[in-house]
Structure formats: structure tokens, C-alpha cells
Design a protein around this ligand. Sequence first.
Ligand code: COA
Length: 259
Amino acid sequence: MPATYETIELRKEDNGIAVLTINRPEKLNALNNSVLNELESVFDTIANDKEIRGLILEGAGEKAFVAGADISELADLNEESGRAASEKGQRIFLKIENCPKPVVAIVHGYALGGGAELAMTAHLRIATPKAVFGLPEVSLGLIPGYGGTQRLTKLVGKAKAMELILTADKVSAEKALTLGLVNHVVAEDPGSEARKILGRIIKNGPLAVSRAIKAINAAETGDGYSTEASLFGSLCNTDDFREGTAAFLDKRSPEFTGK
Ligand code: COA
């Protein structure tokens, strides 16, 4: 029986794509402990479910993707519990970033604080013109704590990350596009655009796609070249590699089995 969740929703489509919705629209999908715990659990399910080849990550309601960590739960933190909360958020967000299936976030409204950090864990981001990005933690006397100082710096570079985080400024979708924070800004039907992109990804060898994600993520850990070489080598030992190269030589479409 599929797991039931209270603050998120996972819906599988019949095209290999699943849609994961953060579902607390009355609180602008703020990340409380329940959402975080359910995210941690659902990403195990997603990683292990062979029917899911790609994922769309979105927020429920009109206004927000996610308006941040739940400030009502932050207010009582002390040094020890604050460090633990940050480490927990980091662990869960790293798990999303390392998801072996491609993850596309659709940001249609506020993506603030932990919401911007969550969007940055996705492999690709599509925004609508109404999206608003920002890391306003310093305005609360804090800093981003779920990996945001690191991911933003890698995505947009140090100078721009410094400006965004230190000013706590909110930026539009267009500005986010120029910064390199989002891949595309789509006015009409961003879901259909996300499905088109995922469709182009999941027609490829699934093992190759998941190992490409791993190799690209390794660019940030310092051992990227050796990780790339060993993943490349491991793929040479797969049916998908033999099928992909044979199909090219036979001038036909490949039929990948993920083996
Ligand atoms: N944590 C907890 N609750 C939040 C929240 C958050 N990060 N963001 C929004 N909410 C709640 C509000 O408290 C409100 O709840 P209520 O109806 O019970 O009072 C509800 O969501 C709707 O938000 P509201 O502020 O009324 O909407 P708005 O359209 O006037 O403003 C924002 C939208 C996003 C500008 C505003 O909600 C905001 O600034 N949120 C905090 C953003 C932030 O600092 N995030 C970083 C946290 S580290």
C-alpha cells in the first residue's frame, strides 16, 4: 500500500513522471518539521520506485512554491537545536539533490528562504513570471541553513550570492533567469514545459541519466574527475550502453531497460 502523507502529495502519472506537491497552502507551504520528515521519506520511495523516471516538484496554491522554513518553529531554537535543525535540513536537501531521477522544480510564486533553498536542490528550475526568489534570513537575524549559502554560490557565483544573501533582496523571475538561478521562465502552462523537458531526459538511458546527475554533483566535492571516470567505466558494463551504441549503428531508436 502506498505511504500516506499529511503535508505533501505524490502523484504518479502514466508517462514515467511523478508530481510531488508541498501541500500547506494556508501557510504558503512553509517547511515545518512534518514537511521535512515527509520529504526525507518520500525521496526514498521515489529513488526506489522503478515506475518513476522523473519528478516535478511544486507547491500547492496560487501564491507560493514555498515561503521558507516555518518561522514559528524557528523562533525557539537555541545554539544546539539550531545547529541540529540546520544539519537535518542540509541532510534532507542533499538527498533531494542526489535523487537518481531528474527533478524539475516549478516555481510559480514565492520561493523564499528554505523555499529558494529547496528549489535549488532540484536539477532544473522553471519559473513563471510571478515567481519571487529571495534568501531573507539575515532580515530575521539568521543565515540560510539548509545549504543555501553553498548552493546559491555555486549556481550564481560568489559576488551575486553575496549581494542576494546580504541584502535579503527579493528578485523577480526575469532577474533570477539572468542570474542563472532558473533555467526557464514560462508564462503559460509551466507543467507542460516541465513534462516536455523531463520527456527529453527520460527517453535516454536511465542508468546514464542517474550517473550523469551523480557526476555533475561531484563537481562540487573536489573529486569530480575520478568520479566521472569511474561512473563512465561502470556504464560501459551495462546493457543500456550496448543497446544505445548498437541502436545508433543500426540506425534505430534504442530500447533501454535500465540494466
Ligand atoms: N513560516 C511560517 N508561516 C508562514 C511563513 C513562514 N515562512 N510564510 C508565510 N506564513 C504564513 C503566514 O504567517 C500566514 O499565516 P496566518 O494566515 O495563519 O497568519 C500565511 O502563511 C499567509 O501568509 P501572509 O504573510 O499572510 O501572506 P502575504 O501574501 O501577506 O505575504 C510573504 C507573503 C511571503 C511576503 C510573507 O508571508 C512572508 O514574508 N513570509 C516569510 C518569508 C520568509 O522570511 N521566509 C524565510 C524564512 S527562513
